[in-house]
Design a protein around this ligand. Structure first.
Ligand SMILES: [Zn+2]
Length: 183
């Protein structure tokens, strides 16, 4: 959503300003806006009815790999004991024990519940994306070597991808992935 807005803004600016001003505007340290990646991902942009229904913003992050703005997520500073599950399929993903304060603006964890997430190199070849193993939803990114904790790993996670359950609360039943249709 932000990217779409940004792209539109750039187009609008390009029309108004002389080309010399706009050319190279993205080379001054700002991130070049990436093209939206919708239809190519096929079913990933549509939430399967078997999973929990998602709001538009949850779809934007979980299905279309969006990112919530820093310091806006509901779990950024959560310190209570409990478990973080996938908002889409309920799979338990992080324990509060592995959460730490990084001041990066997003919830940070230095470990996942064993086998809960998979890592995948981004298309840009720089960042490593993390996805929920069960449903393939987007979690965030993993960053290495910053020295925040002994494990030296930071899972930078969108709050909106998760649901928090306080210690002792009953965790929701995990929704299994839908049966794959043969093409
Ligand atoms: Zn999931």
């Amino acid at each position: 959503m932000q990217l779409t807005f940004l792209s539109r803004a750039v187009v609008a600016v390009s029309v108004v300003l002389p080309a010399a001003l706009t050319a190279g505007a993205w080379q001054n340290g700002t991130e070049k806006p990436k093209p939206a990646t919708p239809a190519a991902k096929g079913t990933k942009t549509v939430n399967d009815p078997a999973y929990n229904p998602l709001t538009d913003f949850e779809k934007y992050v979980i299905l279309n790999k969006g990112t919530e703005r820093p310091f806006t997520g509901e779990y950024t500073h959560t310190k209570e004991a409990g478990t973080y599950t996938c908002r889409r399929c309920n799979a338990p993903l992080y324990e509060s024990d592995s959460k730490f304060e990084s001041e990066c603006g997003w919830p940070s964890f230095d470990d996942e519940i064993r086998g809960a997430v998979v890592r995948k190199l981004d298309a840009d070849g720089y960042r490593t994306e993390i996805l929920w193993r069960k449903c393939g939803g987007h979690v965030g990114h993993v960053v290495f070597g910053e020295g925040f904790t002994k494990k030296n790993v930071r899972h930078c996670v969108n709050s909106v991808s998760m649901r928090f359950y306080k210690k002792g609360a009953e965790l929701p039943k995990v929704v299994p992935p839908p049966a794959k249709k043969k093409p």
